[in-house]
Design a protein around this ligand. Structure first.
Ligand code: ZN
Ligand code: FE
Length: 261
C-alpha cells in the first residue's frame, strides 16, 4: 500500500524554502540547509525521513545534512559533479531515481551555471514537478558563481522545455525583487504586470509565491525570454548590448545588470 505524495513548504533562514516530499508517513527532504525546521516539520506531521535530495553544494542547501543523519540513517542523493562529502548516491543527467520510502520516481537533469554540478529533479506524468534549487527562480535565475552564460542558458532551456503545468519548486523567495527587475526590462508585458499584482498580494498576505509553473515563467521571466525583441531593444537602447545582439549576449547582459540592480 502506497499513498499519493505531496509537498510541504519548510521556510528557513531569511528567504530559503526547504521541501519535504511526503505521503503522510515517509518524507524526503530536498536541500535541507537547516536541520531544525525539517525536524520540527517531521515531528508536527508525524513523518519519518527516508532520504535526502540535494541540488548543489552551497551551505544554505546542505547545512542541515549532518544533523539529520544523526537522527535518521538515510541515503543522501546529490550531484556527482559538485563535491559534497555527505552524498552516498551521486546522480547526473539521465539518472532515474526511485525515491526510498515513497511511490515516486524522479528524473535528473544537469543544470550547471550557478554551480558546476547543479542538478534538478523532475517528476514526469500527470502532475509534473521540478525541484531546481538555485537555477530557475520565480521571475529570475541564480547567479553564475561557477558557470558561463552558455551553460546557464542551456540549463534554463532544459527547464523551460518541461510541460507548462510543471510546478517549479525553487529554493528561495526572491520573487518580488525578481519581478521588479523583470518589469524594468519588459515594462510592456501584460502577463508580467498581472503577475506582479498576483504575487504582491500573496506576499502581503504572508503567502509563498513558490511553487510557480513553467508556463508562468516562460511568459514572465526575462531570463527565459532573452530571444524577445523588446528586451534586446531595451538593452541596446541602454547601451548594455550591441544592436541586434544574440539571445545569449542579451542573457549575459541581463544577468550582469541584475547583479547590480
Ligand atoms: Zn546556491
Ligand atoms: Fe541558495
Amino acid at each position: 500500500m502506497t499513498n499519493p505524495v505531496s509537498v510541504l513548504t519548510v521556510p528557513a533562514f531569511q528567504d530559503n524554502y526547504l521541501w519535504l516530499i511526503h505521503d503522510g508517513k515517509h518524507a524526503v527532504a530536498v536541500d535541507p540547509g537547516d536541520a531544525a525546521p525539517i525536524l520540527a516539520a517531521l515531528n508536527d506531521h508525524g513523518l519519518v525521513l527516508t532520504a535526502i535530495l540535494l541540488t548543489h553544494h552551497h551551505a544554505d542547501h546542505i547545512g542541515g545534512v549532518p544533523q539529520l543523519l544523526q537522527h535518521y540513517e538515510v541515503p543522501v542523493f546529490g550531484p556527482e559533479n559538485d563535491a559534497i562529502a555527505a552524498v552516498t548516491d551521486p546522480l547526473a543527467e539521465g539518472d532515474h531515481l526511485k525515491v526510498p520510502g515513497l511511490d515516486l520516481e524522479l528524473r535528473v537533469l544537469d543544470v550547471p551555471g550557478h554551480t558546476r554540478g547543479h542538478i534538478a529533479y523532475v517528476r514526469d506524468g500527470a502532475e509534473p514537478w521540478v525541484f531546481c534549487g538555485d537555477t530557475l527562480f520565480a521571475g529570475g535565475c541564480g547567479r553564475l558563481f561557477e558557470g558561463t552564460p552558455e551553460q546557464m542558458t542551456s540549463s534554463l532551456g532544459k527547464l523551460a522545455a518541461l510541460p507548462a503545468e510543471t510546478k517549479v519548486f525553487c529554493a528561495h523567495e526572491y520573487t518580488l525583487s525578481n519581478l521588479r527587475f523583470a518589469l524594468t526590462v519588459e515594462p510592456g508585458n501584460e502577463f508580467l504586470q498581472q503577475r506582479w499584482h498576483d504575487e504582491s498580494s500573496k506576499r502581503e498576505r504572508g503567502m509563498p509565491t513558490v511553487p510557480s509553473t513553467i508556463g508562468l515563467e516562460r511568459a514572465t521571466n526575462p531570463f527565459l525570454r532573452s530571444w524577445e525583441p523588446a528586451i534586446g531593444e531595451l538593452l541596446a537602447a541602454e547601451g548594455r548590448v550591441a544592436p541586434n545582439a544574440s539571445p545569449l549576449a542579451v542573457f549575459a547582459a541581463l544577468r550582469q545588470w541584475k547583479n547590480n540592480f
